[in-house]
Design a binder for this molecule. Structure first.
Ligand code: TDO
Length: 180
């Protein structure tokens, strides 16, 4: 697998090595030893999540706080999304900065979203199945979030406003400024 830096420390793009033959393809979608050796990060994932969404859905921006913080290794099983990670680690030189990367079933890219980041994605294809590993369990009481369209963050979700589909929960998230 190849590792590509994003400019945000510890937030990396992973390109798996794919073996193709007459039957189709094979790749290791996660190998703890290879992951840890190549990235220098911990691969102690304890929960897998999967979601299905239609075009225009924007999920995020989400995180869990304190001892419940989660790192996520995210990828797309079907379709294409624009995946977004925002550094909200106190004292980080890139605090408030975000990266976005297109993840698809076709490019098979994965994004490692470190603990202390907000995470979200928008669906660019007709539908998308999204899969991610988490290194800490879901804890409802620790959920925190920032509005997807926060002006200070300035994320371009590549979805026209008239087509954006947001959950009721995500329409009442905080501003980025209120996190400080
Ligand atoms: C995230 C999560 C949700 N749930 C439940 C709570 C709720 O009833 C239902 C749907 O939850 P949500 O609306 O929060 O799902 P969703 O908006 O897809 O939330 C996810 O968004 C992406 C961007 C992330 O980064 C994830 O960490 C997570 O926050 O599933 C769990 O049981 N376990 C979980 O780990």
């Amino acid at each position: 697998m190849d590792i590509q830096e994003t400019g945000l420390k510890d937030c990396v793009i992973i390109k798996p090595r794919v073996f193709e033959d007459s039957r189709g393809y094979f790749f290791e979608s996660f190998n703890k030893k290879t992951f840890e050796d190549k990235t220098g990060l911990s691969g102690n994932f304890v929960q897998d999540n999967q979601s299905f969404s239609s075009y225009g859905v924007i999920r995020g921006l989400h995180a869990q706080s304190g001892e419940f913080a989660q790192a996520k290794l995210v990828r797309v099983l079907k379709g294409e999304v624009l995946d977004v990670a925002v550094d909200i680690r106190p004292g980080s030189p890139t605090y408030g900065k975000h990266i976005s990367v297109k993840l698809s079933a076709e490019n098979r890219l994965q994004l490692y979203v470190p603990r202390g980041f907000l995470h979200g994605f928008s669906v660019l294809s007709e539908t998308a199945e999204f899969f991610y590993k988490c290194d800490n369990f879901y804890e409802k009481s620790a959920e925190v979030g920032v509005m997807y369209n926060d002006a200070d963050l300035g994320v371009d979700w590549m979805i026209p406003a008239s087509k954006a589909a947001i959950s009721d929960k995500d329409l009442v998230l905080n501003t980025f400024a209120s996190l400080k």
